[in-house]
Design a binder for this molecule. Structure first.
Ligand code: B12
Ligand code: SF4
Length: 503
């Protein structure tokens, strides 16, 4: 009996993740594997880092995970595997949000968390009585979970495989976010003893320094619990990175403790320098005038900060791109990620834009936060798309990278990782922008058979580092040419265009 678990490529146009630094292993599939009886032959395919062939990975049962951006490719793989005789089960955040859609493409859909459902799915499969939808009424407890089968990652070539999760859920209700809708509005914690046992195991398997990546959306969400974890990490001498909200800085004694426990970098959702945008996002508690001081406090504790910023809020004007890049530089973040506000199905933001008739593209493969799928309020979709690319180019211009790396001289140990990270980001984003430009030519054949090759490398515009966004070519705007979706899978949801973009 063979089970193949598949993580579809995030964005078919970009193909394999060529930079190891951004190749993040999926934790969900090793969890599903750990819930499967031990006598089953389990194989894991991560299309983001490996080429593969349907015929060589054939199995009796296939499990596929999908975030929204992965869904069209997941459906495509499901069709191919079913054609070859396998039963296919879909799970993850997208099938959970839209189970009826997913059910059109699979033999069964898991709505929710595998811990509560997979043993039953597997038993039903073994007895040839698979049902179409499996869902739970209460979210599962996170006690006594088996250790995820990370050995299935072997030889896939990730920079590090030690991703770990302590709790699920979030107490906040950000309007654009899927997490609190999916995992619930309060925290469900794993017993700390079990977390520490898992970390000790990861440490014993590591060659050299043990680097951990915590996947928790807010590692200090439960202050007491997190502080206790950090105390227990100190003697283990690991290094770790994670995600947090900026109020970590206000928690008495937390920063020195995190530093001692091995924290080296935090990914923080700063979202915007515009208070009206923060209100829209339901992040009123963030105060942009405090960001600079707080980032400095993190730096003083040897913690690098990657700030996440979103553009495309209703209150964002066309100046938002320059303002955001200037702001990110001024507050001193070490790295930044820019995203286009994307209405993920199931979120409050999606429901509002849908009600207002502003979502013009339901091709989920474009929901990777790098394409405009809705009509912005104070600018054209083209302007938003262009400004997004400009922000990445500008923030990662050579001149700005050099400035940031030199600024880190007080914490000299961080200079080399910082330089590597920044140049990798620069390469990745320029590569993607170049591909997108090439794809503005109308047709790309749908991918089949194997994961797509990354597109051809090409150099993007050289006008960089000047801090001002070039004005758009007016002739291009006047044509009213809709943003073209480069590759539309025949199995994805039907696409609607905004009235303004009708030919
Ligand atoms: C780590 C992470 C990543 C990693 C992914 C690693 C990987 N290969 O999976 C990276 C950094 C690559 C990533 C990228 C993106 N991410 Co991300 N990511 C996360 C994060 C923080 C943790 C994911 C995780 O491992 N969770 C823990 C596991 C256990 O949960 P799970 O995956 O949901 O799995 C459970 C169930 O869903 C189910 N299940 C899942 N799959 C399957 C399959 C089967 C067969 C079965 C039976 C069950 C099952 O069982 C599992 C166990 O209970 C989540 C937030 C979160 N809390 O989940 C965001 C999240 C998933 N990401 C999100 C987004 C938007 C993205 C991006 C599109 C944009 C971005 N943020 O950059 C990109 C996509 C890539 C691209 N286009 O470049 C959104 C997804 C929204 C949506 N509706 O799709 C989330 C929810 C964050 C948010 N705030 O909304 N991400
Ligand atoms: S964006 Fe972060 S803080 Fe806001 S609800 Fe989502 S996980 Fe919680």
């Amino acid at each position: 009996m063979k089970l193949t678990l598949i993580s579809p490529v995030f964005n078919r146009n970009f193909g394999l993740t060529t930079q190891k630094i951004f190749a993040f292993p999926p934790l969900n599939l090793p969890i599903v594997a750990s819930l499967t009886p031990p006598n089953v032959d389990v194989e894991l395919v991560d299309e983001n880092v490996e080429h593969w062939d349907y015929d060589k990975k054939m199995a009796d049962l296939v499990g596929i995970t999908a975030m929204t951006a992965q869904a069209p490719r997941a459906y495509e793989i499901a069709a191919e595997m079913r054609k070859r005789g396998a039963k296919v089960v879909l799970g993850g955040i997208h099938p959970t949000t839209l189970p009826e859609e997913a059910a059109l493409h699979a033999d069964a859909v898991v709505v929710g968390e595998a811990e509560a459902l997979w043993p039953q799915v597997f038993e039903d499969f073994s007895k040839n009585r698979l049902q179409k939808i499996y869902s739970h009424t209460t979210r599962p407890s996170l006690k006594n979970l088996p250790i995820p089968r990370r050995e299935l990652f072997d030889r896939k070539g990730y920079l590090f495989e030690n991703t770990i999760q302590m709790f699920r859920g979030c107490k906040f209700s950000c309007s654009f976010c899927s997490v609190w809708r999916f995992f619930g509005h309060s925290y469900r914690m794993r017993p700390l003893d079990e977390v520490i046992t898992e970390i000790e195991l990861l440490k014993s398997r590591s060659r050299g320094v043990c680097l951990l990546g915590f996947l928790d959306d807010n590692i200090v969400g439960e202050e007491q619990y997190s502080a206790e974890l950090f105390r227990r990490l100190v003697p283990l001498k690991v290094l770790w990175v994670g995600q947090a909200t900026l109020d970590v800085v206000d928690m008495p004694g937390m920063l020195p403790l995190m530093q001692k426990s091995g924290c080296r970098a935090l990914f923080i959702g700063l979202e915007s320098s515009n208070p009206s945008a923060l209100k829209e996002a339901r992040k009123k508690w963030l105060r942009p005038d405090e960001f600079q001081t707080k980032v400095k406090m993190l730096h003083d504790h040897g913690i690098m900060v990657e700030g996440a910023f979103i553009v495309g809020f209703d209150s964002d004007e066309e100046t938002v791109f320059e303002e955001t890049v200037e702001f990110a530089d001024r507050i001193g973040v070490d790295a930044a990620q820019f995203s286009i506000l994307t209405p993920f199905p199931g979120t409050d933001h999606y429901m509002r834009l849908e009600r207002e008739g502003r979502i013009f593209d339901h091709d989920w493969s474009r929901y990777g936060v790098d394409e405009v799928v809705f009509q912005p309020k104070r600018m054209s979709p083209e302007k938003l798309q262009e400004g997004y690319h400009w922000a990445w180019r500008e923030f990662y211009s050579r001149r700005k990278i050099a400035k940031r790396v030199l600024r880190a001289y007080k914490n000299w140990k961080s200079m080399i990782p910082l330089l590597i990270f920044q140049t990798q980001y620069r390469t990745l984003m320029r590569h993607r922008e170049a591909i997108r430009k090439q794809l503005s030519a109308p047709i790309i054949a749908p991918v089949s058979g194997v994961a797509p090759e990354a597109g051809v490398w090409a150099s993007a515009s050289s006008a960089e580092g000047r801090g001002r966004m070039p004005q758009r070519d007016a002739s291009a705007e006047s044509t009213g040419t809709p943003l073209r979706r480069p590759c539309f899978s025949p199995v994805s949801s039907p696409r609607r265009r905004s009235p303004s973009s009708e030919p």
